[in-house]
Design a protein around this ligand. Structure first.
Ligand code: ASP
Ligand code: MG
Length: 419
């Protein structure tokens, strides 16, 4: 069997969903299809959640009705008989509306998973029903009943053994050739919904691939494959047809948004190739990530990680023992879920570059107990793999650089944002 994953951009419109039907109908092998929430639904649900957490239930409902209407508009355009689509999704709309009305938003992370996860439930039930209506038999699965995780809400860790037992049982290809499940979501052992982290559907697809021992996993994207840079940010990008798992991990870690950083490990463990293919042009080959490639990547690869903050800390008592300070500081950062993208240490301070998330202020407060903390925001981190003078000149000329790091092959430049 193979795993196909379709992301939010692929399912943001009726046309996108029709294109899925076309792609899937041409597949002759057994398929497990992993799908994200439609378009920007996850962002919209975060707004619903924010009002809910402030106990502003009415405003939360108003925002949720916008989400509902977005889905209903797609259904109206997609189905010959829209009632069919509406009738399958309505029970979930009702369930969520009830939760918003009656729930008490105590713990943010827990409620995040409980509410925001509905985006994936809506998208998969609608698409599964549409495929059935189009003559493509398939079975819809609720990943909240199959993918077992710990209780680390918003960034849950998957329990592989339990999940595998569940999945093997549910996705029985003797009963159906196509199964459809949600990306991004699962549940802990007592059934509370969990999520795997923003953009986590790629990771879900990789987990399913691993657990069902797929022959390959394909992520369908709105790009021609993997490029050496984001074409929205850099000119003259080139297509990279083949990458190793290690290449992919490095790129993802540096902030390349092409795949979620956690995606590679479950695939590498079972030597399953990952294809990245263009959703709009299914006959093109795209790119493949696998254990070994014919030749190494021979063009510079540029990755820009935006919205960075450089945090510098010094021990308050001047008793600087680097190892001790490092371990203390990193324990705090880990606790607050900061994602560290670069580290630099000197005799009297440690600097780390982190994503600017909602957790940052809590982390800075706690670091302030033991350290003198200062920070610089509105930064971006450029990583160049396969560095040469010309490319450095082209990409950093005239920019304010706060910090530079490099090896023979890779250069990293932390710069002030332009504009
Ligand atoms: N819908 C989730 C998100 O937008 C998961 C995903 O798209 O991968 O973060
Ligand atoms: Mg997405």
């Amino acid at each position: 069997m193979k795993v196909y994953k379709f992301g939010g951009a692929s399912v943001r419109s009726a046309d996108g969903i029709k294109n899925i039907a076309k792609i899937v109908s041409q597949e002759t092998e057994n398929l497990f299809i992993v799908i994200s929430a439609m378009g920007k639904t996850t962002n919209a649900m975060e707004v619903v959640l924010d009002f809910f957490m402030k106990a502003e239930h009415e405003l939360s409902l108003v925002k949720f009705i916008e989400v509902e209407n977005f889905h209903i508009d797609i259904i109206n355009e997609l189905f010959v008989q829209p009632e069919k689509g509406i009738s399958v999704v309505k029970p979930y709309f009702d369930e969520l509306r009830m939760l918003i009305r009656e729930g008490v938003g105590d713990e943010y992370d827990k409620w995040y998973d409980r509410l925001v996860s509905y985006g994936e439930v809506f998208s998969t039930i609608i698409i599964s029903t549409f495929l059935t209506e189009s003559g493509i038999n398939n079975k819809w699965l609720d990943m909240r009943k199959l993918l077992v995780t710990d209780s680390n809400y918003r960034e849950a860790n998957v329990r592989m053994t339990e999940s595998q037992i569940n999945l093997l049982d549910a996705a029985d290809f003797k009963k159906s050739n196509i199964f459809i499940g949600q990306g991004f979501i699962g549940a802990n052992i007592i059934g509370n919904t969990t999520t795997l982290g923003r953009e986590g559907s790629d990771y879900s697809a990789a987990l399913v691939g691993n657990l069902l021992e797929a022959e390959s996993v394909t992520i369908w994207k709105d790009v021609p494959g993997i490029l050496n840079a984001d074409p929205r940010l850099f000119e003259n990008t080139v297509h990279i047809p083949e990458l190793t798992y290690l290449d992919a991990v490095e790129l993802a870690y540096s902030g390349a948004q092409i795949i979620h950083p956690k995606t590679i490990k479950p695939l590498e463990n079972k030597n399953i190739p990952l294809f990245v293919r263009p959703f709009g042009n299914p006959s093109a080959t795209g790119s493949v990530i696998k254990a070994t490639t014919e030749k190494p990547i021979d063009v510079p690869v540029l990755i820009l990680r935006k919205n960075q903050v450089l945090v510098t800390i010094r021990p308050r008592d001047f008793s600087f023992v680097l190892e001790e300070s490092l371990s203390k500081a990193f324990a705090v950062m880990n606790k607050h879920r900061l994602k560290v993208s670069l580290i630099q240490s000197s005799a009297i301070s440690i600097s780390v570059c982190v994503d600017n998330t909602r957790y940052l202020s809590g982390a800075l407060d706690e670091l302030g107990n033991d350290f003198k903390v200062s920070y610089n925001d509105k930064l971006e981190l450029l990583t160049i793999r396969g560095i040469n003078d010309e490319i450095v000149q082209q990409t950093t000329n005239g920019r304010i650089i706060l910090l530079k790091q490099g090896t023979r092959r890779t250069g990293r430049y932390l710069m002030k944002e332009t504009n």
